[in-house]
Design a protein around this ligand. Structure first.
Ligand code: AMP
Length: 283
């Protein structure tokens, strides 16, 4: 497995690789877990070479303490990626990615004025800038993202379409612990008690999907979800939204057959956790 720190060297490598191979690319911020590895595995099935980037992108953190506390486990990550069969890892430093300060500003309209975009101002601008740069360096045929970060996937889909990046975006299912907790690099920051409570988030989401199936209205489902979470005072809800999948706007009624998403963000042990379930409105 080749390791690159310099963007120009990584780009030259990928340029050569893609002449005779299909190249899959998995961008990450490291502290890898089985959810990341599932993306690598899928990429390996669909391409004969896979490159992974590990870069904790300062531009997408609106909270300096979150950036500082973000787990970093490079040695272990490299071992896991080598075992998984990745061909190359791109491990740049911020000074190589942002040689000069960028003032580029994206506007994703309605896609970013809700949920993560609303509560983490500037987050998706930072994501769009780094993903664009990474795509230019890696030149992949296919790029793999997780549904765990649903709003990110929808934004990157728009980025790829509107800027004509010549690649196919693949959205992979959310990988969960056996108790339902969505895998996340931030989970290691939970206390033992927090880790015990955290699976209740998926339980609450699953309960909410049942209410959708019973034909309940979003307002009723939201109320039931909030009531459910009140059993766990350790959890502070930032948002729970039922949105239309296409524009991510909050909906007041659920149309049969419409693709919707139930999305949440909470704080638990001062760790910010997100999760979602995508489903169809019931006929
Ligand atoms: P991150 O390192 O958190 O930026 O994640 C890198 C990629 O892995 C993103 O596309 C995430 O959506 C994806 N990812 C993170 N956690 C999971 C998970 N539990 N299941 C599937 N994909 C995930």
């Amino acid at each position: 497995m080749k390791i690159f720190k310099n963007p120009v060297d990584f780009q030259a490598y990928c340029f050569e690789i893609r002449k005779t191979n299909t190249l899959g690319f998995v961008p990450t911020m490291g502290a890898l877990h089985a959810g990341h590895l599932a993306l690598v595995e899928r990429a390996l099935k669909e391409n004969n070479q896979v490159a992974v980037s590990i870069f904790v992108n300062p531009l997408q953190f609106n909270n300096p303490s979150d950036l500082e506390k973000y787990p970093r486990t490079i040695e272990k990550d490299l071992e896991l990626l080598d075992k998984a069969g990745a061909s190359a890892v791109f491990l740049p430093e911020a000074k190589d990615i942002y040689k000069e300060k960028t003032s580029l500003t994206f506007n994703f309209g309605t896609l970013e004025n809700v949920m993560e975009g609303k509560f983490r101002l500037g987050h998706f601008n930072g994501v769009a800038i780094v993903v664009s740069k990474l795509f230019h360096f890696a030149l992949p045929h296919k790029a793999y993202f997780g549904q765990k970060d649903l709003q990110q996937v929808r934004i990157v889909e728009t980025l790829v379409k509107d800027l004509s990046f010549p690649l196919e975006l693949v959205c992979c299912d959310t990988h969960r612990e056996t108790d339902g907790l969505a895998m996340s690099s931030r989970n290691v920051r939970l206390s033992a008690n927090g880790r015990k409570i955290a699976p209740r988030l998926f339980e609450g989401l699953t309960m909410a999907t049942k209410l959708v199936k019973e034909g309940k209205k979003p307002a009723e489902i939201k109320e039931a979800f909030q009531k459910f979470l009140q059993q766990y005072p350790e959890i502070t809800l930032e948002y729970f939204e039922i949105v239309n999948y296409n524009d991510l706007q909050t909906i007041e009624s659920i149309e049969a057959g419409n693709k919707i998403a139930l999305c949440l963000a909470v704080f638990l042990d001062e760790v910010r956790l997100i999760d979602n379930i995508v489903m169809q409105g019931q006929k």
